[in-house]
Design a protein around this ligand. Structure first.
Ligand SMILES: O=C(O)CCC(=O)C(=O)O
Ligand SMILES: [Fe+2]
Length: 209
């Protein structure tokens, strides 16, 4: 049973390609924030997962919390504006996103942040990507999800709109846009469920972090 579930999670094709973005569905969250969702955007997600899991120089980081040094519960890698991405499929994904959103966003996606969630004990706490321009300007953060499905939870900073939670599966795309990084927060909650590893790739414009 477990074996069957595991194999059905992953598609069979070796060829990695992104599908057209025409099927994106926009959901307005309130306070000027929205998310666009496209399930199974990437074909060949198995192959890309394997290549990134093995090929990326994942870093374990630490941070100070309540005067104690604690491990950040996920592994990370960051590719800046002029750095080559770790796989050609990610270059293709970024190009497709920039072509689709360029007019609305007014600039291309440039950087890629990668996160590796080893199991359900890894996650990311409530935050907005607001250490850069996202704290003052509307922007977009596009996330390609690979591997085990995990929830992306979103909640408004000010009361009013209803919090939402979307499952991000193998090859799925979600784009957070509008004021999402400053009027809402998002998280990937830890889970006690037995879940396999997940890789998330976040594409952002320059100066958004
Ligand atoms: O793993 C994800 O999909 C979200 C990661 C995230 O929010 C971040 O790294 O800023
Ligand atoms: Fe984030």
């Amino acid at each position: 049973m477990a074996v069957h579930l595991q194999s059905s999670l992953f598609d069979q094709g070796d060829e990695i390609a992104v599908r057209p973005l025409g099927g994106l569905r926009r959901e307005h969250l309130g306070h000027g924030a929205w998310i666009d969702v496209l399930p199974q955007w990437l074909q060949g997600a198995d192959t890309l997962f394997g290549a990134l899991a093995d090929g990326v120089a994942w870093r374990a980081e630490e941070r100070v919390m309540y005067e104690r040094v604690v491990a950040v519960p996920r592994l990370q890698a960051f590719f800046g504006e002029r750095e080559p991405l770790p796989h050609p499929a990610l270059e293709a994904a970024r190009t497709a996103l920039s072509a689709h959103y360029g007019a609305e966003l007014g600039e291309p996606f440039t950087t890629a942040g990668l996160c590796y969630y080893r199991d359900g004990r890894d996650g990311v706490a409530w935050h907005g990507d607001s250490s850069g321009r996202g704290s003052t300007e509307d922007t977009m953060v596009a996330i390609l999800s690979l591997g085990a499905p995990r929830h992306l939870a979103l909640r408004p900073r000010r009361p009013g709109p209803v919090p939402v939670r979307r499952q991000l599966g193998h090859g799925d795309l979600v784009v957070m846009g509008g004021s999402c990084q400053r009027t809402w927060e998002h998280a990937v909650p830890k889970t006690a469920r037995a879940v396999g590893p997940r890789i998330s790739v976040q594409f952002r414009p320059a100066g958004v972090r």
